[in-house]
Every structure is written in C-alpha cells, then in structure tokens.
Design a protein around this ligand. Structure first.
Ligand code: TTP
Ligand code: MN
Ligand code: MN
Ligand code: MN
Length: 385
C-alpha cells in the first residue's frame, strides 16, 4: 500500500474530509465575495476556475483575516497567488472590484436568475441567453407557462409521470414546473417542516413495507437551520435480504405519495437496472426520485411546494449512501479523491470498492465508513466545507 498522507484532522488539511468545517465562518463577508467569482465562472462553464474558488472558500481560517495575519493565509492549501491577491484587495478595500462589475453585468444577472429555476443548469441557461431570452417573463413565454394558482399547477403533471426520463436531458415538463413554482422553491425550509415531511413520508412507507430505516441527510444533517430541499435516505433493517426489500420500493413509494396527493410532481425517477450485466447488483442498488412534495393543508393553512429527494439503498450500502448524501459537496468531492488517491478505493454513495480487485465493502455504521477509508469520523455538523 502507498504511504499514507499525513492523517489526523487539521484546519489546513488539503482534503476537506480531513478538516473540521463548522457552518459559521469568521470570514463570511470575504467568502461571499469569492463565492460571486465562483458563481460567475460556474455560470460561464469555466469549471476548473470555479472549482479552485470553491476549494479556496472551503478551507476554514479560524480567525477573521486581517493585514496582520494574511501571511498565514497564503500557507493554507488551495490559496494560490490569484486568490491571495483577491483576499488582499478585500482586506484593503472591504470589497473585490471584480465582484462589483460581475454583479452589475446584465448577462450574469440573467444567468443567475435562469439557474434559480429547478431544472435549468448553467449550460441550459447560456443557451437560453444565446437565443435572446433575458428575464423570467421571457422564459415563461418560451416555456409557455402562464401564472397559475396552486390548483392549476397541480394539474400540470401528466398521468404518465412515472415515465419521467432518467436520462441526461431534462424533459421540458420539469423546467415548466420549476418555472411555475420558482417562488415557492426559493423559500427555505425550517428544520421543523423537514421533520414533518420526513414523518409524512415514513408514515406512507410503513404501509407498503415494514422494517425500513431512514435518515434525513443533506444540509439538515449538517445542522443547517434552513434547507433548500429535503434529502431522505431509505433502506431496510434486514441485511440478509440483499436489497430485495428495497428493490422497486422507490417507484412504489412515489406512486403512493402521488396517489395521496403528497407528491405533486416527479422530476426524475430512476429505475432498478437489473439487466445491466456489467454492473453488480450493489452498484445498481441506489434508486432515487427527485420529487415535489406538499404537506396537506390544515386549518385552512396552505403549505408550500418543497423539493424532496428520496434515495433508496440496499442494507449493505445504507451507510455509504448516508455519508454520500450528507455532503457538503466539497466534503464528498474530497472523500472520493481521498479514497482514490490515498486508499486505492472507490467511494460512491452506492458503495466502497477496492480498485485492484473490485472487492466490495459493507460498512455496518457510519463510523465504519470512515474507518474503512482510514479517516477520523467527523460529526456531520463539521462537514460544511
Ligand atoms: P443537496 O440537496 O443538493 O444540497 P444540501 O442538502 O447540501 O443543501 P441544500 O439542499 O440546503 O441546498 O445535496 C445533498 C447532498 O447529496 C450533497 O451534499 C451531495 C449529494 N448529492 C449526490 O450525491 N448526488 C447528487 O446528484 C446530488 C444533487 C447531491
Ligand atoms: Mn466556510
Ligand atoms: Mn439538500
Ligand atoms: Mn437534494
């Protein structure tokens, strides 16, 4: 085996999965400015540049950066000359001039607006812009969405929603619904409602399969006060069932939630690719559904449409799925990188494999996932890199 990189948690470790990263950061103003640069590069498809800005802001500096300690910042990983000069500018002037011009740029504003629509990513946004569209009103005309009431939105879902394409290009229906519901989706979800939605989902799950287990993952698990969506990882207690208890459950549950009026739309529904001979059943065991969910109104109080992601894992890969869906994105990216570069393993939400012989590992707890990768376990609330 290759010699291990230095192990042990340090705030300046180059792998995000080896750092404690709390939600609150003492350099919030600076981070927000650099995030604008990152966003601009991401929207323009400059992914490597975006990633280097994202990496830079994922390294926590434990104190407010000032002219007295900025020399320490340049010793941190992922802080190159370019980013250092931006930080310098921020320390001197309280802002980064490039950010100001980005924020005033009409193209940037349109691309930011477009990508707030569920279903529109940077490349679709650039294409829409290139075809002359600039505002939400332009998009509504383009996608033939007229302002609707909630009831009418409910009716836009077609009866053949279960055939939602699992392939790359999102069907127009998705963008249409995303557009119609964009204001509701922009409202963040308090923890209490995340829990209420989880309970409602599990309540229906129990009716179709007993013995299931679940974890609310995503930002909620990392301690965020308000989330943009709800991510629930579902599996089954019975390890010996080898995934049989979970197979097909995704479509079954989504269908039930839809019939109960709880799920209003399905953006994506993956099927169990049972006949793919090149893959073992374990790699196929993550079924998932990206849906829109609305709690039933009570006492005349309407609830908001929420995005709900349901992830189904076979019992032996439940904990890798939980780790994989807890995030943050940067934490996940570096966990994969660590596994590959330092452990000669492949980490994925759907399992851990040894690279040279494809041996599969089946960790029985979240702690075991970290142990297998020779990492110190990090509390989810410190995975906010
Ligand atoms: P998100 O739900 O996109 O983000 P989040 O929960 O961290 O924050 P919020 O929802 O409040 O904006 O993703 C949750 C985690 O799931 C993410 O950290 C990485 C993982 N993930 C995947 O593994 N694959 C995917 O396709 C997506 C979208 C997320
Ligand atoms: Mn931070
Ligand atoms: Mn989430
Ligand atoms: Mn999600």
């Amino acid at each position: 085996p290759a010699p291990k990189s230095d192990t042990g948690i340090r705030h300046d470790h180059r792998y995000a999965c080896m750092r404690y990263a709390p939600l609150i950061c003492p350099n919030q103003g600076l981070v927000e400015q650099i995030a604008i640069l990152r966003r601009d590069r991401e929207l323009e498809g400059l992914d490597m540049q975006a990633l280097s800005y994202e990496r830079a802001i994922s390294v926590p500096f434990p104190f407010p950066i000032t002219s007295d300690n900025i020399h320490e910042v340049s010793e941190l990983p992922h802080i190159g000359k370019k980013i250092h000069s931006k930080i310098q500018e921020y320390i001197e002037h309280g802002e980064i001039s490039e950010c100001k011009s980005i924020l005033n740029d009409a193209r940037y504003q349109s691309l930011v607006d477009f990508t707030t629509v569920y279903g529109i990513g940077p490349s679709t946004a650039r294409n829409l812009y290139a075809s002359g569209l600039r505002t939400f009103e332009d998009l509504e005309k383009h996608y033939d969405v007229s302002p609707r009431t909630n009831d009418e939105i409910g009716q836009t879902s077609s009866p053949d929603y279960l055939k939602a394409s699992p392939t790359t290009g999102l069907p127009q229906l998705s963008i249409k619904v995303g557009l119609a519901l964009r204001e509701e989706f922009s409202l963040q979800i308090p923890r209490s409602e995340v829990e209420e939605i989880h309970d409602a989902v599990i309540n229906e799950l129990k009716r179709i399969r007993s013995g299931c287990v679940s974890t609310i993952a995503g930002g909620y698990r990392r301690g965020k006060d308000k989330s943009n969506d709800i991510d629930i990882v579902i599996s089954h207690k019975d390890l010996k069932s080898g995934g049989d208890q979970v197979k097909g459950l995704c479509a079954e549950l989504v269908k039930r939630l839809y019939d109960k009026g709880l799920v209003t739309h399905v953006m994506h529904l993956s099927s169990f690719r049972e006949h793919n001979a090149l893959r073992t059943s374990h790699w196929d065991s993550l079924e998932k559904a990206l849906t829109v969910f609305k709690l039933p109104h009570k006492k005349g109080q309407e609830h908001v449409h929420r995005r709900l992601d349901l992830i189904f894992a076979a019992p032996e890969v439940y904990w890798t799925a939980v780790v994989g869906w807890t995030g943050s994105r940067m934490f996940e990216r570096d966990l994969k990188l660590w596994a590959k570069q330092e452990e000669e393993k492949k980490f994925d939400s759907s399992g851990i494999t040894r690279r040279h012989d494809s041996k599969l590992y089946f960790p029985k707890s979240e702690q075991e996932v970290f142990e297998l990768l020779h990492l110190e376990w990090i509390d989810p609330t410190l995975r906010n890199a």
